[in-house]
Structure formats: C-alpha cells, structure tokens
Design a binder for this molecule. Structure first.
Ligand code: BYC
Length: 475
C-alpha cells in the first residue's frame, strides 16, 4: 500500500500505476464520469472556486487537505484504509479464516449486487441535489452542499474501482450502468426507492442528509465488516467522509428549529400560519418532513425477514453494525430476534430466527441513532418554552417495502383504514401546499455573512473559518 499519489491522473493509494490494465480501464471510465458530472452534477457551478476538503491520506490524523478547488476540477481518487495485518473473518460460516483479497467464485454475483446497490446510491444523491446550488441559504451552506456532492462522487469511484479491479467484464459493464440509471428516470431509475425521490428544497436536503445519509452510515458500517477485505477497507474510509454529511443534516435541521423558535418568540405565537407569514417554517411542517424522510429511509433496510440478508451474513459478505462489539457467537444459527409483524389488524412483536432478522436489527440500530438528533432538536424547542416535541413515526408508517407495505399505519403505530389514512394524511406527510410554501423561501443568499431568514447561522464555520468567510468565490 503506497501513500496517495496526486501526480497520477487518478489519485490513489492502491498502486494503480503498477496495474496498467486496470489503470487504462479506469481512465477510460473517467471521461464518462466527467460528462455525467457535467450533465447531472451540481447545476451552474462551472468555474466556481469552492473551499473543499480533499482526501490526501487515510490515516486518522490529517487525512484531509482544505483549499479552493475550481469546480469541476476536484481530484476524485481511490482510497482504501490500510489493511489490518492478519485480519480474520469475524462472523458467519467462515469465521476465524483469513479475510479474502480476491472474490471467491461462489460469492461473485452476490458481492457484485451488493457493491452495485451501494454504488448506485452515490451518483443518485448527486442527481437529486443538482439544483440546490441555485438556492442555498448562505455561502457556508453552498460550500457544504458541494463538499457532499464531490464526496458522493468519490464514493461512486470507490465502488467502481472494486467493480473494475475484481469483477472483470461484468464489473466494467456495471460501472457503465451506474452512469446510465438516473434518479427518478421512468425507464432507468436508481435501484432503491429513496434515491428516486426529488430533493427539491433545502429543508428536504437537510432531512435527506440526516435520515438517508444515516442509512449510508449503517450500510457502510455493515459492509466494513465484510470478509472481502478491499470492500471492508473501502467502506471504512468512506465512513470517515460520511460523518460530515450527517453533521450537515443534523445541524441544518437544528438551525431551522432554532430560527423558527426565535421567530415565534419575536411574534409572540406558535400559530403555524403566523409563523409562515413571518418567513419561518412552522414546527408542524418540520414534523411532516421528518415523517416523510424517516419512512422512506427506513425502507432502505429491506424486508424485516430476508433470506438475502441471512445469506450475506452466513457467507461473510455483510455483517452487523459494530459486529465485533456484539457479545454473541457471531454465527446466530440458534439465536432469535424480536421483529414487528402484522397479525390481522395488529402490529405485534414476534420472536424470529436472528439470521433472517438481520435487516430488522440494523433498522433498529438506525432508529435508535435517528432518535438522538430529535432529542437535540427537541431541547431547542424546550429551551424556548414551546410544547411541541418532534417524534419519529412508527416504523410501520408510510412503508413501501416489507411487512407493512400493504397496510396503512398511523404515525403512532395503529393499523388504520384507507379512509382514515386519507382523512389524516395531510397532517402526517408534506402536502403540495407545504411544498409550495417551502419553495417560496428558497432564495439564494450569497452575500458574505448573510443568511436567509428561515434558518439560523451555524455555531461555527468550516475548518476554523468564521461564518462570514469566502467559502465560495464566483467567477
Ligand atoms: N427499494 O430481501 P430484501 C448510501 C429489494 S445509502 C427498492 O429485503 P435485502 C447513501 C432488494 O434489493 C446505503 N428495492 O433485500 C446515502 C431485493 O431485490 P432482489 C446504500 C428494495 O437484499 C445518502 C428485494 O427487494 N447501501 O450509501 O436483504 C447519500 C428483496 O428484499 C428496497 C446499501 O443499501 C428498497 N428500499 O436488503 C448517498 C447496501 N429494499 O435482489 C449514499 C447494499 C429492498 O430480490 N444493499 N429492495 O431483486 C443491501 O445490503 C441490500 O440490497 C438492501 C436490501 C439492504 C438494500
């Protein structure tokens, strides 16, 4: 493993220069990637100078370098965490054996499918966010958007590297197809549901970064346990970058809540209509956005009972979140797990085989993690003396995948009739009118130190700079 070489066309720490065939294959994918970025990446950014972090090392201290980068000249590279000498497989049938540096023939198509599914989400999110640069609430936010976009682009590179390096012709074809499916495309949509939903406004952006990027955290952490060592090491490094994306989401929503509370203090009421008239987003609307983004993200964990998930685990391809910290035999053959199921009109918890419940266990870990942000947002509301508290809807609410996809479930977790759903849905999910209102707030605010009226400035800037720093220079 060498350090990152920035003199090469594709910066990397995988000794790409010593594998001419692979290097040529990736170099021939590069122009296709750039034309995709040009067409479906952030709109109208040609020539912007953006203060961006670029990965320059994979060690824990000092892995990133901050400087102005002229879009789209970001150096997308291939970085894997250092191998852990003597690393052993931690779970499943191969537990205790050496990890694999090459893909075992019998797991080839399953691993390819996992890598393709992961990879497909990365360009999808860039496509979903491509117009947001036209309406950012501040230069600070604009910079964070571009940071996320370039890093999602790099995460695509991470998966494309694995496909090219380990899956031959099939891998090369899959890499091409990553640029041919598009978010929301009627004929060739992205693979997973949430990645075909539009991200039309900055409220959706922050909610997406909080809830959907967090699915990324949990899925990447599970793949970071993989017996296929290059996949594990790639995902470990991606997680380092991912943390900032979730920070953008959590702090973004927090700043909106803060601003809403300030406005309610100023006007002396929490009446949603009055709050809107005063140019802020009422708390009830924020709850509807939480309901939407949480429920579409919860779908991303797949079915509650999944033989796919059991096989991934048994075969050593995908583990559980923080596998090594879990105190059990890491085989799970005789274990059970409580799963929420539908029995008639009731949602009940039933003991199920732990192996087929792997998706549900990961979903539970995710839900626990999501709750933390809500607790922090609720503290802001409490501090300002208002009664409303945000709550995560029940996991059965508004589901398109799994046990609850055929029924209607209220946010409290009650199975309800179609009629009751229709009567209440406007209280629970964003309406056309909500979206129209939020879109009226989406005006760019690109003066130094200024910020749109519906969101508070951040507590601190990026990389030690103040909020009123020149994060983006327009040319
Ligand atoms: N939409 O047995 P099941 C990120 C399909 S986000 C559409 O439950 P499994 C990021 C499923 O594919 C992280 N289809 O499935 C975030 C399967 O189809 P096939 C992305 C769905 O395999 C923000 C069938 O239903 N990474 O990184 O146990 C910005 C049977 O289902 C959905 C990964 O997802 C859905 N929501 O679990 C940027 C990791 N859910 O094969 C980036 C890799 C299920 O029968 N993927 N299906 O045709 C996986 O581990 C698994 O594919 C899933 C599904 C967990 C997604």
């Amino acid at each position: 493993m060498s350090s990152i070489n920035y003199n090469e066309r594709i910066p990397n720490n995988v000794d790409l220069g010593e594998n001419r065939r692979l290097q040529r294959a990736l170099e021939s994918w590069l122009p296709n990637y750039l034309s995709w970025w040009d067409e479906l990446g952030p709109e109208g950014t040609q020539g912007y100078d953006v203060l961006l972090r670029t990965a320059v090392d994979v060690s824990a201290d000092g892995w990133a370098h901050f400087d102005y980068v002229k879009m789209p000249e970001y150096r997308w590279g291939i970085f894997l965490n250092e191998p852990v000498p003597g690393r052993k497989i931690a779970f499943g049938d191969h537990k205790g054996e050496d990890v694999w540096q090459e893909v075992p023939g019998e797991y080839r198509s399953t691993l390819r499918r996992l890598i393709v599914t992961q990879g497909d989400t990365e360009p999808a999110s860039v496509e979903q966010q491509r117009l947001l640069g036209l309406t950012a609430p501040s230069l600070y936010d604009l910079r964070n958007l571009f940071q996320i976009n370039v890093e999602e682009g790099r995460h695509l590179w991470a998966m494309v590297y694995l496909l090219h390096a380990h899956f031959g012709r099939d891998g090369r074809e899959e890499a091409e197809a990553m640029l041919e499916r598009h978010s929301g495309d009627a004929d060739r949509p992205r693979i997973l549901g949430a990645f075909n939903e539009p991200t039309p406004d900055w409220l959706s952006m922050f909610m997406f970064a909080y809830f959907t990027d967090r699915d990324g955290k949990f899925q990447l952490a599970s793949l970071a346990e993989s017996a296929f060592d290059p996949l594990a090491r790639t995902c470990q490094f991606m997680l380092t970058e991912e943390a900032h994306h979730m920070f953008v989401g959590e702090s973004g929503v927090m700043r909106i809540v803060k601003r809403t509370c300030e406005v309610m203090d100023e006007i002396g009421t929490d009446d949603p209509e009055r709050v809107r008239q005063a140019g802020a987003i009422d708390l009830e609307t924020l709850q509807r956005w939480i309901n939407f983004h949480f429920s579409v993200s919860v779908d991303l964990f797949g079915q509650e009972l999944s033989t796919n998930a059991a096989n991934y685990y048994t075969q050593g391809l995908k583990g559980r979140f923080h596998e090594a910290k879990i105190d059990d035999d890491h085989l799970l053959v005789n274990d059970t797990y409580n799963v929420f199921m539908l029995e008639g009109e009731k949602i009940v918890e039933r003991s199920q085989p732990a192996l087929t419940s792997i998706n549900e266990k990961l979903r539970q870990d995710y839900i626990n993690d999501c709750q933390r942000g809500l607790n922090r947002w609720n503290k802001v509301i409490e501090k300002h003396g208002y009664d409303l508290r945000f709550a995560l809807p029940h996991r059965g609410f508004h589901r398109a995948i799994g046990n609850f996809s055929e029924v209607k479930v209220s946010p409290e977790g009650k199975v309800i009739s179609e009629a009751e759903w229709t009567k209440n849905v406007e209280k629970w999910l964003p309406t056309e009118a909500d979206r129209a209102f939020v879109s009226t707030l989406m005006k760019p605010c690109y003066e130094h130190g200024k910020i749109a009226g519906w969101i508070a400035p951040p507590a601190r800037g990026i990389h030690g700079h103040p909020f009123d720093f020149d994060y983006v220079r327009f040319n």
